[in-house]
Design a protein around this ligand. Structure first.
Ligand SMILES: CC(C)(COP(=O)(O)OP(=O)(O)OC[C@H]1O[C@@H](n2cnc3c(N)ncnc32)[C@H](O)[C@@H]1OP(=O)(O)O)[C@@H](O)C(=O)NCCC(=O)NCCS
Length: 146
């Protein structure tokens, strides 16, 4: 069984993993916060579309904190977790973790709550389909077992 300390392990389903590149930096040379936000939005959107079984749009970002800088070469992993659903909306908790290239060292660098709305073909809010077992992105084995 995997250890499950909230303080030391990512929370949520691994949704996106990417390497930060020189083109993703700000003028100071660290990775641009807007790039990280876009990765978080992409990951949350993937989870929203999967649960909603169709098109979704970001309607709000309720909170977002940057805890540590990300540097070029870091492996950036985004984890998502649906914390609440309404009639048409989904609240998705998103965490970003970095792993310094060539090391095993990982740390949480951002955390936030993204809200999505399921949309119909006319871009109007659409009721979410009923929740079904297995309608969230698959968790890795250790999280399923925890
Ligand atoms: C998403 C959009 C269609 C919602 O339209 P709307 O008229 O606000 O719709 P509603 O008032 O019926 O709200 C729909 C749901 O969103 C929720 N919502 C709307 N604004 C919200 C906000 N600021 N914060 C949290 N939830 C919000 C409502 O509570 C409701 O949830 P529920 O159905 O689960 O109860 C519209 O705001 C829009 O098109 N926004 C632009 C989206 C966009 O371009 N995003 C960036 C690219 S993806």
């Amino acid at each position: 069984m995997c250890p499950s300390s909230e303080s030391v392990l990512p929370q949520g389903i691994p949704t996106i993993r990417v390497v930060a590149m020189p083109t993703d930096t700000n003028p100071a040379g660290d990775v641009f916060g807007g790039w990280i936000m876009s990765q978080m939005d992409l990951a949350a959107g993937t989870t929203a579309a999967f649960r909603a079984n169709g098109r979704c749009a970001t309607v709000a970002i309720n909170s977002l904190v940057f805890l540590e800088p990300v540097v070029v070469g870091d492996e950036v992993s985004i984890y998502t977790n649906i914390t609440r659903t309404g009639r048409t909306s989904l609240h998705i908790h998103v965490q970003t973790w970095r792993r310094a290239r060539h090391t095993h060292i990982t740390s949480k660098v951002t955390e936030g709550e993204f809200i999505f709305v399921a949309l119909d073909e006319k871009r109007k809010p659409r009721p979410l389909p009923p929740a079904q077992p297995g309608d969230e992105l698959p968790a890795p084995p250790c999280q399923q077992d925890a």
